[in-house]
Design a protein around this ligand. Structure first.
Ligand code: CAO
Length: 550
């Protein structure tokens, strides 16, 4: 008769400083003696003359003692800490019932065991990955993996759409997907189990890992329980930790690579986050708390519109057949945002036509191949560049009105949002530093953002930081429309379809290609005169793009 035998082996291991350039000083212990640290979690902070870095634990263990002192110098291979590691294995036995044993052995004994069994103890566990805190509920839109797919830490697992934005949920560690525990369309919230995955965990130290490359004959246990302590992927490359992504790069933000990565994923500017870690270090928890409070605390809605009578509900089925469909999260968010913008901002729209005959001739002469890009630039990248230059000339159009109505905030950067029509609704990804990009770069950036938008792959960061929006109905048609300002921006350019028209040159009518432009502006910030001058500059640059060089 066979029984499962669970063997727990405790072994003492030394953690060494990974491969880094030069030496550094230990500035902080991040773990207490006796505390359990998971693989990949930071142990200490080391500062070199280039940057500071967190040194992660190469395996899960219990910290027994420090081998280095605070303010002591460390370099590649320095012993950092002594830890106790636990190896659990399930073995088949025909001699005994299920027994739980705990055996303490010295490192030599483990080494001997590994040698005699000619194997590195590695176990595979099935773990579940839960929905992280995204500041609210969301609907599962798309699965990013298939069962059996191997994924790395940070790879997207699935796409979730909340009423704010669509976001990819990244894997918190590397592993192999076993199955999805949710269905598309299902509403999920923080803590909802999303998938089960198989992960390898073991006691491989940096040195063992090298050995195990030679020894492919690994002992694989068959633990098959859902554990709540997922084993992260191998530690991040130490060289990566010394990159510019390390903490304290600008002298004002103090946080580690893991926190920075999370901040990037959530589109959080670390300068806005208050660190609660030692010496004000920004922890992952601080970033999550920041996102939560930002989403929960309504922004100062000083200008509120009260007393607007709602549109009464009607029973349309009295007049014929009807079908109700739920709006997607994105469509609901757009509807709410549009209403807020329309109700809060006194809009004025200025209409004009730009002569783009010469620009179109020039555009026709361009070849995507010669420019080294996939697709020939459309009119849009030219418009983005023209607007970017006009924003530099007229900073009022690149500003925001403080919600208290007492201050105008002028932005030094020029980021232009471009409205993209997708099957799921309208989204506005943002071209960062548009004024510093060439036509080819703008063309590629727009194509890239538009395709991400249509594949629902835009991140929160892709949609943040806009200063001005261009909404181009392009070739679709229309002679003009009144675009709604994308608050807190103060102006938006609507672009309708360019057509050939006869233009009187003083002597005869000339056939010219005219592009209808519709500039909506916030009349609390911008006056008609400002708008007229802005539009004249735009017209001038579009009719003769040599003006962009001036
Ligand atoms: N007049 C005439 N032709 C135009 C034009 C215009 N105003 N704008 C674009 N075109 C042409 C392009 O030049 C291109 O033709 P060529 O290949 O011969 O150059 C063709 O129309 C198709 O362009 P496009 O739409 O694929 O590319 P784009 O760069 O002009 O726009 C994007 C990209 C993503 C902005 C666009 O596809 C889109 O989604 N627009 C919709 C935005 C929207 O819905 N706004 C309304 C908001 S209010 O609800």
């Amino acid at each position: 008769m066979c029984f499962l035998l669970l063997v727990l082996i405790m072994a003492l291991e030394i953690i060494y400083m990974p491969d880094v350039e030069g030496s550094g000083e230990v500035v902080e212990y991040l773990v207490e003696l006796g505390e359990t640290v998971e693989e990949g979690e930071p142990l200490i902070v080391v500062e070199s003359d280039k940057a500071s870095m967190e040194v992660p634990a190469p395996f899960s263990c219990i910290l027994k003692s420090w081998e280095i002192e605070l303010e002591g110098s460390v370099e590649t291979g320095s012993a950092l800490a002594q830890c106790e590691v636990i190896v659990s294995e399930l073995a088949m036995s025909d001699a005994a019932p299920v027994v739980e044993a705990q055996i303490s052995v010295e490192p030599e004994a483990v080494a001997e065991k590994a040698t005699t069994s000619n194997a590195t103890p590695v176990t595979e566990s099935i773990v579940s990955i839960d929905m992280p805190d995204a500041g609210g509920d969301g609907d599962v839109v798309e699965f990013s993996l298939q069962p059996g797919d191997h994924f790395l830490e940070g790879d997207p697992i699935l796409l979730v759409e909340s009423d704010k934005a669509a976001m990819e949920v990244p894997a918190p560690f590397s592993g192999t997907l076993v199955e999805y525990l949710v269905e598309t369309g299902q509403t999920i919230s923080e803590g909802t189990p999303l998938v089960t995955a198989s992960v390898s965990s073991g006691i491989q130290t940096a040195n063992d890992a090298e050995k195990s490359v030679q020894s492919t004959d690994k002992v694989k246990g068959s633990v098959s329980s859902i554990s709540d302590t997922p084993q992260p992927s191998p530690s991040p490359s130490p060289m990566a930790l010394l990159s510019s992504d390390s903490s304290k790069t600008d002298g004002s933000v103090y946080s580690g690579p893991a926190s920075r990565k999370l901040a990037r994923q959530l589109g959080v500017n670390l300068e806005d986050v208050k660190g609660t870690g030692p010496r004000g270090r920004i922890l992952k928890e601080d970033i999550k708390a920041f996102v939560k409070s930002n989403l929960k605390t309504p922004k100062q809605e000083v200008v509120s519109v009260a007393g607007i009578p709602s549109i009464p509900e009607q029973d349309f089925s009295r007049f014929g057949g009807v079908e109700s469909k739920n709006l997607s999260g994105m469509a609901k968010a757009t509807a709410a945002h549009m209403s807020r913008c329309w109700l809060n901002i006194p809009h004025v729209t200025l209409f004009d036509e730009s002569d783009i005959t010469d620009l179109e001739c020039y555009r026709a002469s361009l070849s995507a191949e010669a420019l080294g890009i996939d697709k020939k630039p459309t009119i849009l990248p030219f418009l983005v560049l023209v607007i970017a230059k006009a924003l530099r000339k007229y900073p009022l159009f690149n500003s925001a009105l403080h919600p208290d109505g007492k201050q105008i905030i002028y932005k030094e950067y020029i980021n232009i949002g471009v409205a993209v029509d997708t099957p799921a609704g309208l989204v506005v990804p943002v071209i960062k530093d548009a004024d510093k990009k060439s036509i080819s770069e703008l063309s590629e950036t727009i194509a890239d953002l538009a395709s991400k938008a249509r594949d629902r792959k835009l991140t929160a960061e892709d949609m943040q930081g806009g200063c001005f929006t261009i909404s181009s109905l392009g070739a679709t048609g229309g002679t003009g429309f009144t675009p709604i300002i994308n608050a807190p921006e103060v102006a938006i350019l609507g672009v309708a379809k360019a057509t050939m028209k006869p233009v009187w040159d003083g002597e005869i009518f000339q056939p010219r290609k005219l592009l209808p432009l519709c500039l909506s502006f916030d009349h609390r910030v911008i006056n008609g005169g400002d708008a007229g001058r802005f539009m004249a500059t735009v017209n001038q640059s579009l009719s003769d793009i040599r003006h962009l060089l001036l």
